[in-house]
Design a protein around this ligand. Structure first.
Ligand code: HEC
Length: 178
């Protein structure tokens, strides 16, 4: 009987150590992936499954912050769904390198279908705009191309309009929605 108790105590202790060690490892892993020297470069597959990500915010109707045209705000029936990959939250006020956010603006009669995205690229890629890269996507979530075949992505997409407007959310690392 006594022996049994000792065995189970040893087991409990051992499991405890294992759990503790794996927690510790998780912590170390995530610390590595958020270190400042990391860079995340999105490719055409990065956003494709965004509809299965976490829908963390849905806006209905006009938002004065958007002005007349941005994100189809001129249409009062528009819905703007914001998806965060893995429901990523900010960590100490900043989003980790590799954070992906997609905003899908649409309306009931399907005349508005706009897909914009942001990726936290890091590595001093875009110091004016929080090291985010901005994107226009197609409906399938691949990176859109303009009429000359150039990928619609970059630090200063739309002549810097994306970044300069998003800078008004600089206290939340340029993310309005959370
Ligand atoms: C005039 C201001 C303005 C401009 C220009 C603008 N945005 Fe936004 N964006 C917003 C606001 C405000 C929100 C959230 C609130 C809403 O949709 O009502 C938002 C939301 C987003 C989101 C969801 C994450 C978040 O910040 O909440 C993404 C992704 C996004 N915008 C991408 C872009 C891209 C890419 C461009 C350029 C092609 C762009 N935006 C241009 C104001 C702007």
């Amino acid at each position: 009987m006594k022996k049994k108790t000792i065995v189970s105590l040893t087991l409990i202790l051992f499991t405890g150590i294992l759990v503790f060690q794996s927690c510790k490892k998780d912590k170390e892993d995530s610390a590595t992936s958020t270190s400042a020297s990391d860079e995340f470069i999105a490719d055409s597959s990065s956003f494709v499954s965004f509809m299965n990500w976490s829908l963390d915010k849905s806006y209905n109707g006009p938002d004065p912050l958007l002005g007349a045209m941005a994100h189809a705000n001129n249409d009062s029936t528009v819905i703007r769904d914001v998806y965060f990959k893995d429901g990523q939250n900010s960590v100490n006020g900043k989003y980790p390198v590799g954070t992906l956010v997609v905003k899908y603006s649409h309306n009931p009669d399907s005349t508005v279908n706009e897909y914009t995205a942001m990726a936290k690229r890091g590595n001093n890629f875009n110091p004016n705009y929080g090291d985010w890269e901005f994107f226009m996507l197609t409906s399938s979530g691949s990176i859109a191309t303009d009429s000359t075949g150039t990928a619609m992505r970059g630090a200063d997409l739309m002549g810097g309009m994306c970044g300069s407007c998003h800078n008004s959310a600089s206290s939340k690392d340029l993310i309005f929605s959370k």
